[in-house]
Design a protein around this ligand. Sequence first.
Ligand code: FAD
Length: 446
Amino acid sequence: MNLNPRPVSTASKSVVVQSDPLADNLQPRTKTLSAQDGLWRLKNSVLIRNILLGWFFSSPRLVRLGIRLLDRTAHSKSELLNPDRNVLLRGILKPLLYSQFCAGVTKQEIAETRNLLLSVGYAGIILAYGKEFKSSDAHSSNANGEDAELKHWKDSNLETLDMIGSEDFLAVKFTGAGQKVTKAMMNNESPPADFRQAMDDICQKANSRGCSVWVDAEYQEIQSSIDEWAIGFMSRHNHERALVYNTIQAYLKSSRVTVQHHLERASKGGWHLGIKLVRGAYIGSDPRELIYDTKRETDTSYNSIARDLLSSSALAFKLPQGSFPRLNLFLAGHNPESISTAWELAGKLEQAGILKTAPGFGQLHGMGDHISCALLQRAQTLAKKQENTDVRVSVPKIYKYSVWGTVQECMMYLGRRARENSDGTDRIKDGISVYSNELRRRLLRR
Ligand SMILES: Cc1cc2nc3c(=O)[nH]c(=O)nc-3n(C[C@H](O)[C@H](O)[C@H](O)COP(=O)(O)OP(=O)(O)OC[C@H]3O[C@@H](n4cnc5c(N)ncnc54)[C@H](O)[C@@H]3O)c2cc1C
């Protein structure tokens, strides 16, 4: 999977590589994704919005004000501050912010977003319903005594599955299922029977449509329950393929032990493990002592877990030789060094004939577009290279994660994206210069 793959005949797997494929793959390379590659894929409007929002997010004062306004809007009961009711507010928020990070409100808008992604080379979309619950929201039941929050969550996820196709992912947040489910997670209980049934129904529908289901990682108070519950769903639904994926947050000091636990359970149960690896998004609210002290340590954790999973290293995870389970790995993130390192390692392992599964890569809708475009360009170049040869290498699949819902329903999600963007000022400045160069090139028709 490297940009200049040495021809490898599929007939012969005994390819000799000159160097140890694992050596020197932990430290980020200086050579990284070429930021200007593949930007033709961005529409003019997206390019201009990326530049405008980049400027906005590089000003700490503006960002603080913006986040305060977003939080106020997300949690207010006032009709005036509800963008679904206030046409003027919606007129500002929808084109400027919502459309940057979200797939759409109506089925037609969502289909257009998905079609656009597919038309420029993405393998698919990872789609989530954007409405989130606050822990203070009152619990409600309907006339039949059914858990109304759980029903709404289940119906929305089933509806989301109707909007995506095979190869796409449905992303679910367990806390979205409401107060009763969140409380059970906080108390380290087993999943309530009606929640288990709802997830089983979602998984069965996803399977019949050829999609997969991502369980998002959340805050630490409930994350060990999410892990255990997700393992339960994987053990029930992952016999043929990795239908369900769980998320590992590499910024946690415990992340490697958690991966090891997942591997052991999959190995013992004989099922297919699905892992989505992220750095982690709750550094601002989770207990700081559970998270690595420095960004560098988090980077090393992410890169080393990616390396050891890609190379199916039983030794690295203290598993008995030969017991490494079947694994599907998805590398989610916007860090170009981590992406490049993993891409190059996967290529080397494939050349050596020892890559068990090609990783998927994904970025958030509206973030890291230049990184996604560079990845798509690499994948396209790789696919073209093998068109007229007998070289067969796996071409990585690139995805975008997006949410759908009304503008008001997506406000809490938008607030998190605003916070995350305000943390990555250097990356944003890189982005502005890349997008500005592309805009200049288009204006001058070069
Ligand atoms: C497709 C996709 C799905 C995602 N799903 C989830 C999910 O389910 N759950 C979730 O929690 N997050 C999720 N995230 C968000 C992710 O965890 C990161 O917050 C985000 O991607 C930024 O990290 P990065 O890997 O892109 O790289 P970078 O921008 O290089 O890293 C930033 C990250 O490094 C870590 N970090 C920063 N400073 C420090 C420090 N001083 N000490 C230690 N660590 C530090 C934090 O995790 C921070 O978010 C997802 C991201 C993507 C792209």
